[in-house]
Design a protein around this ligand. Sequence first.
Ligand code: B12
Length: 208
Amino acid sequence: MEIKEEVIKGGMEAIRPLIEEGLKKGRTAEDILAEMIEGMHEVGELFERKEYYVPETLLSAHTMMLGLEMLRPLLSVEKAAERGRVIVGAVESDIHDIGLNLVAMFLEAAGFEIYNLGRDVPTKVFLEKAEELDPDVVGVSAMMSTTALKVREVIEGFEKAGLRDGRFFVVGGAAFSEELADEIGADAYAQDAKKAVEVFQELMKRRK
Ligand code: B12
């Protein structure tokens, strides 16, 4: 559980050697990732209890990102039948991207072709990328109550530009619920990265 502890402590220097050591000892990338996610969830609880403030949380976030980057190439890519092209991004004004990156990594490992636009993505950029890439699914992340409502603007932007038909919108992030996702006109919601893979695969089946 040392890796989890380092995520909680924000041990940016310790995380890499610990992951290397774990891998050398035969642990899988998936197993290490699960431990890191557990750590990040604990950080969330500390933040909510006001035991952690932005600086501590940010250190944990950076530590988490370093770990994610190391593990990303090691996640085994499935040869899934229902693959599709996906763009994902966090809505404008939302700079939370850990969950988004996890979702992107899980989808990539499940065989999807992923374009991760990152955080704080204006509607205009979602639209430009959709025009360029013609994705089957657009995944939008929003972690705050304020930014969750902005996802509606993204979907409306697609409608106005004539880009909504023929593709699915999946939303996620701490601010979302199934109901809210429905209300803003999304096609689906997923509460975590694992569920996201199932939801995206289901949608691709529906396309056929
Ligand atoms: C880390 C963190 C930060 C970091 C972000 C670093 C980064 N690079 O991401 C920092 C310190 C920068 C930060 C800043 C702020 N934060 Co903050 N933050 C968090 C915290 C503690 C953890 C988020 C996290 O990484 N969780 C771990 C990951 C693994 O889980 P996850 O993000 O939920 O993602 C999973 C699912 O949601 C889902 N998912 C996510 N995205 C998507 C997308 C799709 C398409 C799908 C299908 C699924 C999906 O799958 C993911 C993987 O399993 C949360 C608390 C919480 N409970 O979420 C607050 C929280 C989100 N933050 C909050 C706030 C208020 C802020 C600030 C305004 C604080 C401030 N006073 O400055 C700023 C806002 C900055 C901005 N403009 O965006 C609030 C939002 C409250 C609200 N309801 O509006 C929260 C909920 C904390 C709280 N309870 O008050 N924060």
